[in-house]
Every structure is written in structure tokens, then in C-alpha cells.
Design a binder for this molecule. Structure first.
Ligand code: OXD
Ligand code: MN
Length: 589
């Protein structure tokens, strides 16, 4: 399939190490994929769902001990420990390779090795990059087919001589939790993953390549790999402006990426288009602006809570050609169900662990809380017509957000790019009672990249500052939002979901110089009357005023927390960041 000696040489090395019985190169053809689907169903690895109700859809259950990303077993292996930084787990690359080589040795005896060439980003785009993943899992192959542009086309994009591809070695081995490792070697363009079959750990194009390795490449090559959704807002005149937004998990990222405009905008002819829901790769274009692509080709979304109200577009996306992982299996009509899908759980079902399950009477959950759908982006009713554009889309605004009960206002704008980098660096989310029992524990998650930055976080802030210098006055404006302010009874004040567009509209108006702002100690805020609340029940300009309130006492505590957080970066914290913190403290006096 390729003459590229770098690819061939590396695949030969993995064959010599893993010793599979058979090697299959994925060309991306439907015949080949159909045959693999047939085999997976024959062994029980996948279950074919109702062809009339869910055409081309399958169900898969992972091992019960293997249902999520494992941050404590995820490593960044750079030659020097300090290059991985204080937030990442680190081990010496030679030591790690020696340790894992023993585990990979002969691991595929009796198994087939699949070689998956894939392209992150549109084929032919200068912003795209190629990876090759070898794996012993058909589930991985079929997911990579949805999540990436896979097969021959990827090798053609790479060409016959290039060495610029990421080498991804995966074996599910025995799915042994104690020996599970997700390892990035950024200096070698390599990823080694072993003893897991869960998406985030084994679909190596996603978090491992498109964020951890790519963030490192981006630093060295002058571009950015970010944990951001990309959406476009089209005005009634047909012009579309694009926003990239970073949120930690459990903050409604997929919902924002696919939002349905509120009536007040819909009737005027506004439309929202999804370019991506999780990852953005951004480069400075010839015009000096920042251009973004979504490197993925599908959505690997959390299923529970997805329904006709919360995200009708995501639900519609999962109706064809989708792989469901760890959801409940409705035996009556051979379909699937998850908590929060509807109020009608199946009685004759199998839960995500594979046990008989009655949704009407069982106290257990039918679907794992982190159960997923892997769905082709092309199914999405609001997918952007720029989704496959080799140039990507120009970004007008960058939005950071977190889940804060009191501190962060509904929205504020940074004074300039450097201040915006500070705003991103202090991103944090409060844990919810449901998740941990301890309400309001703040987890700092800079730019939502805490688990995904492939190098020292202090250098990462430095890279952001450099990008700003290169962008100059063409830089996107940077904002922070918080949909999660609560009242004294702990109820959310802002309605969220589609109504978040009202805040995005102020953001875009600011980018176009069409809206006013007031200065506060933390940055620029809208005047309450500049957030459109037409048609919103129970929300008045006074409510908005409350949502925009900046409590100086809380912010002084915040500044102290930031100071503590920054200490770990030592002298690799850019001076500009320390300066921004001083400015904040001064503004709060
Ligand atoms: C994801 C995550 O799965 O951020 O996208 O954990
Ligand atoms: Mn994510």
C-alpha cells in the first residue's frame, strides 16, 4: 500500500516485537471494513443493532475495569524530566521502553495485527498530519474509521518519503489494569498504549496524538493544538464568524458545539454550524489571521444525558453508522438505551456489564456514566460546509470556560492577548456534589489542557504568548464564560444550552467593534442590557447584572489560589504571567 520506507521499517519493527500470526493493512475500503464487522460480530466483540431503526450501528462492551481515560497511568516521556513539567507523569524514555518492550514481546501471538494509516484533518490540507496505529483490536479499527480519514488516502497524503508521521503502538494485551500504560514519547513522535480497550486510551489519533503529541509539535513548529470545539454563527446576511472554545469535561462542550439558536435569533435567520466538538488545530494563515481545523472526522461523545432536548443534533448524528460503547442493550427491539435518553427505560435489557437488566425496577444503571457513541461527523444535521475545507476556518474569538458557582461572571473579555493567556491559564472547574461528594473543590485546568499538554505547562503558556506576538492585531479576542452561576439554593441562574448563544452574540459584537463594555478588575464586561434576554422567562436585566457581578473578596481568594498554582512552574512560568497576576491583585485592592 505504500513505498514509504519509514512506515514500512517501523511496521516491520512492531511485527518483530509483537509477533502477530497475521498482519492486515487497512486500505479503508468498505469490503474490508464489512468483513471486519462480520468477524467482530461472530466473536461477540460487537453486536449488530436493529438495521431498520439504527442502520449500520453496533454495540460494544469494554472490560468492566476499563471504562475511562486513566490519567494516573498516562505518561509523557521526554529525555529530561523537567521538559514534561510538574503536571504530567514522567519516566525516562529508555526505562519506559525497556519496561513496555517486555510486555509487547509476543503479545500478538495467535492474534491479527491491524495496521491503520490515518490522517488527522482534511486530506490535502497543510494543517493535517498523518499517524499510523498498529493494534490487535477490530474495535479500534472500526472506531478509527469513524474518527479519522483512514486507509490508503492517509498514506497518499503522507507521500513516499516523509518521516513526519506519528507511530502508535496499541495492544489490548490482557486488559490488565495493573499493567495499563498510555505513554507519549513526544521527542520520538511515538505513542505506546497497552492493556486497555477504552476509546480515549486506544484511539491514538485523539487525545494521545491530536492533543499530547500535537501540542508538542505545535510548540516546535509554531502552531497550536487545543482542547477546543469550533462553531460558526451565520448571520441573516449569510456571513459566518467562527469561535473556538475550551472547557473542562462536564461543562457542556458537545452541547455548545451543536447548539440550537433560541427563537429570537432563529426567526431573524441566524444559524449555527459545528466544525468540531473536541479538538482544534490552529495555524496563522497567509492573511495573518488564526485558522482552525478539526482534526477529527467523528464525535466520541458521552451518551448519558444526550436527548432530544439537551442535544437533538448529537442524537440525530448517532442514528446511522455509529458504534455505541457500554450503553444498555434493549433486547425487545435490538436497540440501545442510556440514562437521560427518555423516560421509558427498557424492561427486557442487558446492562453495560452484560447482565440482564430491567430499567423499570433495577437500582443499577443501564449505561456506564462514561458510555459513549462514536458517530460520523457527516451525519450531524448542523455540520459546517467548511468541515472538510483544507484551509479550515478563521477564528474571531477564543472562549474559555469552567464550572464556577460564584466567582466567575457570565462573561468577560480579556484586555488583550497576554491578559487572555492569563485568563486561560487560571481556568478552573468546581467539582459537583454528584461527582465527588465535596462541593466546590476547585481543579485548575489551564486551557482545559491539564490532562493533554504534552510538555511543560509553563512553556505552553510561553508558546501562547509567542503566538499572540506573531498574530499582533489580527489575533482573535479572548473571553471567559461561566454558564454555571448558582443562586443561594444552589440552582443554576442562567438557562444555558441554546441560550448560551445570547452570550456568544455579545462576544461576536465585541469582535466586530459593535458592542460596548465596562471595565472591571478582571476585564471587560457587557452592560447588562447588551445581553439579549428577549423571550427568556424569569430573566431580567437585573438577573444579568447579578450574573456579571465580580465579588472582590472571592477574587482575592482566587488570586491567592492562582499564586499557589503558579508556584509549581518555577522559573518556567513566563514573567508575563506573573505580571498579569500582579495586575489582578492590584486591581482588586
Ligand atoms: C473527552 C475528554 O473524552 O475530554 O473528550 O475526556
Ligand atoms: Mn475532550
Amino acid at each position: 500500500m505504500t513505498k514509504n520506507p519509514n512506515v514500512l521499517g517501523w511496521v516491520d519493527e512492531t511485527i518483530a516485537l509483537c509477533k502477530p500470526d497475521k498482519v492486515v493493512w487497512l486500505d479503508g475500503s468498505q469490503e474490508q471494513l464489512d468483513e471486519l464487522r462480520r468477524q467482530a460480530c461472530e466473536t461477540g466483540e460487537m453486536i449488530k443493532l436493529n438495521e431498520e431503526k439504527l442502520p449500520g450501528c453496533y454495540l460494544h462492551r469494554t472490560a468492566v475495569n476499563d471504562v475511562a481515560r486513566v490519567e494516573h497511568r498516562t505518561f509523557i516521556c521526554t529525555k529530561k524530566k523537567e521538559d514534561a513539567g510538574p503536571i504530567n507523569n514522567w519516566m525516562d524514555p529508555d526505562e519506559m521502553k525497556a519496561k513496555l518492550t517486555k510486555m509487547y514481546d509476543g503479545v500478538m501471538k495467535g492474534r491479527t495485527m491491524y495496521v491503520i494509516p490515518y490522517c488527522m484533518g482534511p486530506i490535502g490540507s497543510k494543517l493535517s498530519k498523518v499517524g499510523v496505529e498498529v493494534t490487535d483490536s477490530i474495535y479500534v479499527v472500526l472506531n478509527m474509521d469513524i474518527m479519522t480519514r483512514m486507509g490508503k488516502q492517509a498514506l497518499e497524503h503522507l507521500g513516499d518519503t516523509s518521516n513526519d508521521f506519528v507511530r502508535g503502538l496499541h495492544s489490548k494485551a490482557d486488559v490488565d489494569e495493573e499493567n495499563r500504560y498510555i505513554v507519549q514519547f513526544p521527542e520520538d513522535n511515538a505513542i505506546w498504549s497497552i492493556n486497555s480497550g477504552y476509546g480515549g486510551n486506544v484511539l491514538l489519533g485523539k487525545k494521545c496524538f491530536a492533543l499530547r503529541i500535537a501540542s508538542y509539535q505545535g510548540k516546535n513548529e509554531g502552531w497550536m493544538a487545543e482542547h477546543m470545539l469550533i462553531l460558526g454563527i451565520e448571520n441573516p446576511q449569510g456571513e459566518t464568524k467562527y469561535v473556538a472554545a475550551a472547557f473542562p469535561s462536564a461543562c457542556g462542550k458537545t452541547n455548545l458545539a451543536m447548539l440550537i439558536p433560541p427563537e429570537v435569533y432563529k426567526k431573524q435567520g441566524y444559524k449555527v454550524w459545528t466544525v468540531g466538538d473536541d479538538i482544534a488545530w490552529m495555524r496563522i494563515g497567509e492573511d495573518g489571521r488564526l485558522w482552525a481545523i478539526n482534526p477529527e472526522a467523528g464525535f466520541f461523545g458521552v451518551a448519558p444525558g444526550t436527548n432530544d432536548k439537551s442535544n437533538p443534533n448529537a442524537l440525530a448524528t448517532t442514528k446511522r453508522g455509529t458504534i455505541f460503547t457500554n450503553v444498555a442493550h434493549n433486547l425487545d427491539d435490538n436497540t440501545i438505551w442510556w440514562e437521560g435518553l427518555d423516560k421509558n427505560p427498557p424492561e427486557n435489557a442487558v446492562d453495560w456489564k452484560g447482565n440482564p437488566w430491567n430499567g423499570k425496577t433495577s437500582a443499577e444503571k443501564g449505561a456506564n456514566p462514561n458510555s459513549r457513541f462514536t458517530a460520523p461527523a457527516k451525519n450531524c444535521p448542523c455540520i459546517s460546509d467548511k468541515f472538510n475545507d483544507v484551509n479550515g476556518v478563521p477564528i474571531s474569538a477564543i472562549v474559555f470556560g469552567g464550572r464556577r458557582a460564584k466567582t466567575a461572571p457570565l462573561v468577560y473579555q480579556s484586555r488583550d492577548w497576554a491578559h487572555g493567556v492569563f485568563v486561560g491559564s487560571i481556568m478552573a472547574s468546581e467539582t459537583t456534589a454528584a461527582a465527588t461528594g465535596a462541593v466546590g473543590v476547585v481543579r485548575r485546568d489551564p486551557m482545559a489542557m491539564r490532562p493533554f499538554c504534552g510538555y511543560h505547562m509553563g512553556d505552553y503558556f510561553g508558546h501562547w504568548l509567542e503566538m499572540g506576538e506573531r498574530l499582533g492585531d489580527k489575533a482573535p479576542k479572548i473571553f471567559n464564560v461561566n454558564w454555571f452561576r448558582t443562586d443561594d439554593e444552589g440552582h443554576f441562574i442562567w438557562p444555558g444550552f441554546g441560550d448560551n448563544m445570547r452570550v456568544l452574540m455579545w462576544i461576536l459584537a465585541r469582535c466586530e467593534g459593535k458592542a460596548d463594555a465596562v471595565e472591571t478588575p478582571i476585564g471587560y464586561e457587557p452592560k447588562p442590557e447588551d445581553i439579549n434576554i428577549e423571550g427568556l422567562e424569569g430573566i431580567t436585566a437585573d438577573t444579568v447584572r447579578g450574573l456579571l457581578d465580580v465579588d472582590k473578596d472571592l477574587w482575592r481568594e482566587e488570586a491567592a489560589g492562582i499564586e499557589d498554582f503558579y508556584k509549581q512552574f518555577g522559573d518556567r512560568l513566563p514573567k508575563e504571567m506573573a505580571h498579569q497576576l500582579e495586575v489582578l491583585k492590584k486591581n482588586l485592592q
